[in-house]
Design a protein around this ligand. Sequence first.
Ligand code: SAJ
Length: 405
Amino acid sequence: MVNVIGLGYIGLPTALMMATHGVEVVGTDYNEELVATLNAGHTTFKEEGLDELFVDALKSGIKFTTEYQVCDTYIVSVPTPYDKLDKKIDPCYVIAACKTVLEVAPKGAVLVIESTISPNTVDRFVRPLLIEAEREDVKLVHAPERIIPGNMVYELLHNNRTIGADDPEVGEEVAKIYATFCQGEISVTDIRTAEMTKVVENTFRAINIAFSNELAKICRIGGMDVAEVIRISNKHPRVNILQPGPGVGGHCIPVDPWFLVGDYPETANFIRLALQTNAGMPEYVLHRAHEVMAERGIKDASKVGIYGLTYKEDVDDVRESPTLQMLESMEEHLCGGGVKVYDPWVERDEVPGQVHSMEEFLDGLEMVIVMVGHSQIKGKPEAFGGRILIDPRNVCGDGENVYKL
Ligand code: SAJ
């Protein structure tokens, strides 16, 4: 039996996927409300294909509880909060979960950590727990996740995976559990390499996006269309530039590369610069909006609204979102407070000026900053009723009222 600890964005779909592929699974979360919701037959976040998978997993007998189970394999997928000032992860939840596992795990159990951790976290924080608890019989594994919000169910089935283990035989055993559903290639390696690959993958993406954001700025100064430049450059067989945008959000791409900068501050200069470039984009878009306001004679900031609050399209996750970063920087410049914000994916109240329908949002606005390209509006600029659009994600087509980055 597998006990998945932490039933959030990663743990829940992973537990469901295992359960629907013949693995006996119990999902554990310390949040009683979340467990009650799952036991009442409801999922806890929106994700393509998740509800269907949930129904199938219930039929396959998955159980949800707040208790840790006695079983052979534990998969820890609790969040790893990030200290914004320190630029380091805080492994407190991973440590707490591992400690509890060590209290209940039978001799020789396998403890798999799926949570994103910075390189050396297992050596620095988890291994000492085993020594302290006199539980060196427990076998440690790190199996970092790679699924992308918005396409999680598909990617769980199809992505390649990495399994880092002290003992390659244990790595192969864990690989067999993942192979029940994973159709990708599973690479077995050591724990430090697995920790590093996870951070490297997200750093690669952060740098690529930073490059395209810098290209957008260069093209603006040079009077060129960055989308066209990137489209044609990407026709080269060895070039694959990502898209510029209003900033980089989520709990991974703007966060994980800082682990390398934090641990290797003298060396990771290029990575630091990429992160700073991305972090400056919400401010750059705001500056662009002010330019257009001046050009179009809009003097009253209350005529400008922000569409999109999530960190990217068609997800309900707002963590580190460029819109939140922009609102923060508006507050610093004392021009925030009450700017209208609308996001069809976010029903809960997240920010002061938030409204909950497109109609209410557009009422009284002359200009909209389109921060997220949700399907609701992608390729449909008419959804904004002819208002002036600032379109940093290039999702509103061309027109005299559409201003790109
Ligand atoms: N973004 C751009 N331009 C692009 C692509 C993305 O500006 O061309 C922005 C998005 O709008 C968003 C941010 O970057 O604000 C991050 O979004 P994303 O879709 O690139 O990535 P995440 O954070 O949803 O998921 C990433 C993925 N990592 C990689 O692709 C290397 C995913 O596979 C990981 O599992 C996930 O991080 C994670 O949990 O680490």
